[in-house]
Write a protein that binds this ligand. Structure first.
Ligand code: ADP
Length: 247
């Protein structure tokens, strides 16, 4: 296969994933709806076993629909990305924090912010990136009161934005693996999730010609860094993806 053919087949696969996940949502919603109807319409006819089965089915449907909506978000990064426009990362971060309001109410966190630059980005995607990274800091917190620091530094040709938490941390052998789709270090019972969040972050950053990586000390906390070009880049057309960049 030539490089051109590989690109095209990646593009086709991306479109397929997008359409398949989109189309799977509908039947799943229907199944979920009927199961809930059963529960609400015939409560007196249900014995404990029946109710338990219904609960099992409902949980299964909910889990799959979370998975599908995450998969949809993943395939959307390439298949449905927007244009790059100069945007204040401050404003984007404010919006991400606003969307995390409910989680921040149940998990109070001290958020320490440095000024952030204005860069040419797909604002919706960078907001999702902030949301995923800060959402993870909330989820993987330790016993200590949670503190999240968001900082930015200018390096030659690029801005590096860092999100540091004082949570459970990550063992060094997993630093690369966690950015792959479906890779998680915990069971669903301990921490809910689908293992797609960081894969979405990586895809977003690759589309921006940037890099994303993590530093962490287990038991002390993690810092996720992402770098974005300081000069205005053009979005990589979705059939011309750049190579994997972890640093
Ligand atoms: P999910 O959160 O659904 O598990 P992600 O792709 O967002 O999926 O993260 C993958 C894994 O990386 C997580 O399951 C967790 O083990 C680890 N991880 C991500 N962010 C953090 C963090 N801030 N602190 C500790 N571990 C993290």
């Amino acid at each position: 296969m030539t490089a051109e053919e590989v690109k095209r087949s990646n593009h086709d696969l991306e479109q397929f994933a997008y359409i398949a996940s989109h189309d799977l949502q509908e039947p799943l919603r229907a199944v979920g709806g009927y199961v809930k109807l059963l529960q609400h319409r015939f409560p007196q006819k249900m014995d404990a076993n029946a109710l338990e089965y219904i609960q099992g089915a409902t949980e299964g449907v909910d889990r799959r629909s979370r998975l599908i909506s995450d998969l949809l978000a993943f395939s959307r990064v390439g298949a449905r990305g927007g244009n790059f426009q100069p945007a204040s990362l401050e404003g984007i971060l404010n919006e991400a924090l606003h969307n995390l309001q409910a989680s921040l109410r149940s998990t109070p966190a001290k958020i320490i912010r440095e000024p952030l630059p204005t860069l040419a980005v797909d604002a919706t995607q960078i907001m999702q990136l902030f949301q995923n990274l800060i959402g993870n800091a909330l989820k993987f917190r330790s016993e200590r009161p949670l503190e999240i620091r968001i900082g930015a530094r200018l390096e030659p040709g690029r801005w590096v934005i860092s999100i540091r938490d004082n949570g459970i941390g990550i063992e060094p052998q997993y630093f690369e693996r966690i950015f792959q789709i479906f890779q998680r270090l915990h069971t669903r019972k301990h921490y809910p999730g689908t293992g797609i969040g960081l894969a979405i972050c990586k895809k977003i950053i690759e589309r921006h010609d940037g890099a994303i990586w993590v530093e962490s000390t287990p038991g002390q906390g993690s810092t996720f860094h992402f770098a974005l070009p300081a000069t205005a880049p053009q979005p990589t057309p979705d059939h011309e993806h750049s190579h994997a960049t972890t640093r």
